[in-house]
Design a protein around this ligand. Structure first.
Ligand SMILES: Nc1ncnc2c1ncn2[C@@H]1O[C@H](COP(=O)(O)OP(=O)(O)OP(=O)(O)O)[C@@H](O)[C@H]1O
Ligand SMILES: Nc1nc2c(c(=O)[nH]1)N[C@H]1C(S)=C(S)[C@@H](COP(=O)(O)O)O[C@H]1N2
Length: 185
């Protein structure tokens, strides 16, 4: 049994993982990880710190990175970008499912739904989400422009999900993206 990843007043630790053969080899500049970082900086008003990784499309490396960020680095949230498509080397969803205790299928369903309003090939993403211990892992497609499109749809529910796992309290700028917390009785 692992310890809770952080208490509610702790500074949130958030993992940002770019899964890309070419970005990891330095063949192109990674724009995905920085786009996730910029997105979170824009919407989060509570303190948080990013822990970033850029890795190739290798299932073992993805699984090891996700485990390390959740179990060792104690991230309450890990966001990945890339490797969700149908190409043979796209294995981020398989790696995510392999490490997670329970899946959160609504995240992938909603992200595909909103993405389909932007691009017909959104259906090609097998992006998913799940829980590893008390950490939430969310997959995003590799295209940097997909990052805000997908996170705008699902992020309103993320702070409450982290609350339910006794993680740090995430606050957002309501002008940019209002977190939804159901009222208690
Ligand atoms: N981290 C990234 N930074 C910048 N652009 C990216 C990144 N990841 C993907 N892209 C862009 O989106 C396209 C589709 O992404 P995809 O994840 O399918 O890459 P890929 O063709 O499998 O190659 P690779 O794994 O080497 O990034 C890429 O060809 C690239 O133009
Ligand atoms: N919002 C959004 N979702 C998107 C896209 C996009 O441009 N915007 N690209 C799609 C395409 S073209 C592919 S192939 C799949 C998988 O991308 P990945 O392998 O880079 O993760 O994501 C899809 N989802």
């Amino acid at each position: 049994m692992t310890q809770p990843n952080q208490n509610q007043s702790a500074v949130a630790r958030i993992g940002i993982v770019t899964v890309s053969d070419r970005a990891s080899r330095g063949e192109y500049e990674d724009l995905g990880g920085p786009a996730i970082d910029a997105y979170l900086k824009e919407i989060l008003t509570s303190p948080w710190t990013p822990i970033t990784r850029v890795i190739p499309d290798e299932r073992e490396a993805i699984e090891a990175t996700l485990r390390q960020l959740c179990e060792v680095e104690r991230c309450c949230l890990v966001v990945t970008t890339g490797g969700t498509g149908p190409s043979a080397r796209d294995v981020t969803p398989e790696a995510t499912e392999a490490v997670c205790d329970r899946m959160m299928p609504g995240f992938g369903e909603l992200m595909r739904k909103v993405s389909l309003e932007k691009v017909p090939t959104a259906i090609l993403s097998r992006q998913t989400a799940g829980l590893l211990g008390d950490s939430l892992i969310i997959n995003l497609p590799g295209k940097p422009k997909a990052i805000a499109e997908c996170l705008d749809a699902v992020f309103p529910a993320v702070p409450y999900c982290i609350d339910l796992m006794h993680g740090p309290r995430l606050e957002t700028d309501p002008e940019r993206l209002a977190a939804f917390r159901p009222k208690s009785k």
